[in-house]
Design a protein around this ligand. Structure first.
Ligand code: ATP
Length: 235
């Protein structure tokens, strides 16, 4: 079995114009892992995801996806390596129905989930299939945003704050879905402010401060290190 990580980040730098935001990010994600990026507001977590996807264009260093160097590739080519990105704002098309939103993105790899498989995982989306994007609750929007990337065949998923703005019961539901995706062999990188939520299925926490990784904690060591983690998050 290959021990090469699905995602390998080395010396990753990124800029918005002249503003230098990532300063040598480094971490690995192995197949089937759930890794949560945590850290204070403005630490550079979202920018890390956006630099991996190629949405932030001014970047340097190395981002390898399944061993392929992606740092110089355009975002459409990076997606074809099997990467699916769910941004914080979810990106649901308001005037399209749930089903239209679901069927819109092109496949990036073969063997994406079928519509039937999506509805099995998200029965609520089947009930809402004909509803317009504008009519969806926050939780339904988040489910749809995740479902859309599952349709594309992506196996490495980047999820930016999937719990944000959702009621606690819905947060738990989304957490169960993420754990179930991990059990189905997806590899997942989450950005999360909600530490409890992240802890439900993260195998490892990567702590980001000032655009770089300052610590990594396996979930097995969480209890012992909870004080340090709380300090990093300023809580
Ligand atoms: P948050 O949870 O607040 O989003 P974060 O850790 O995800 O925090 P980023 O959104 O990656 O942080 O932001 C890192 C830094 O980059 C911050 O100083 C932020 O102000 C800046 N930044 C983010 N987006 C842009 C942008 N589009 N243009 C310029 N600067 C930006």
């Amino acid at each position: 079995m290959s021990t090469e990580p699905v995602l390998q980040i080395r010396d990753l730098e990124a800029w918005y114009g002249e503003s230098h935001v990532l300063h040598g990010m480094e971490f690995d994600v192995r197949a089937g892992e759930v890794v949560a990026l945590i850290g204070r507001n403005g630490a550079g977590k979202t920018t890390t995801l956006r630099a991996i996807t190629g949405i932030v264009k001014k970047r340097a260093g190395s981002v390898k996806i399944d061993g392929t160097e992606a740092i110089k590739l355009r975002s459409d080519k990076i997606a074809k390596l099997g990467l699916g990105y769910v941004p914080e704002e979810r990106g649901i098309f308001a005037t399209l129905s749930v089903r239209e939103n679901l069927l819109l993105p092109p496949a990036v790899k073969p063997n994406g989930m079928t519509e039937a498989q999506i509805y099995e995982l998200f029965p609520r989306l089947q009930e809402r299939a004909r509803s317009q994007g504008t009519k969806l609750s926050g939780g339904e929007q988040q489910m749809l945003a995740i479902a859309r990337v599952l349709r594309t065949g992506a196996r490495l998923l980047l999820l930016d704050e999937p719990s944000e703005g959702l009621a606690p019961v819905i947060v738990q539901h989304i957490g169960r879905i993420i754990c179930s995706l991990r059990d189905q062999g997806f590899t997942i990188v989450l950005v999360e402010q909600n530490f409890r939520f992240a802890a439900t299925c993260a195998d490892r926490f990567v702590v980001v401060e000032h655009g770089k990784v300052v610590d990594q904690v396996a979930s097995a060591d969480m209890d012992a290190k909870s004080g340090e983690l709380a300090a990093y998050l300023g809580v």
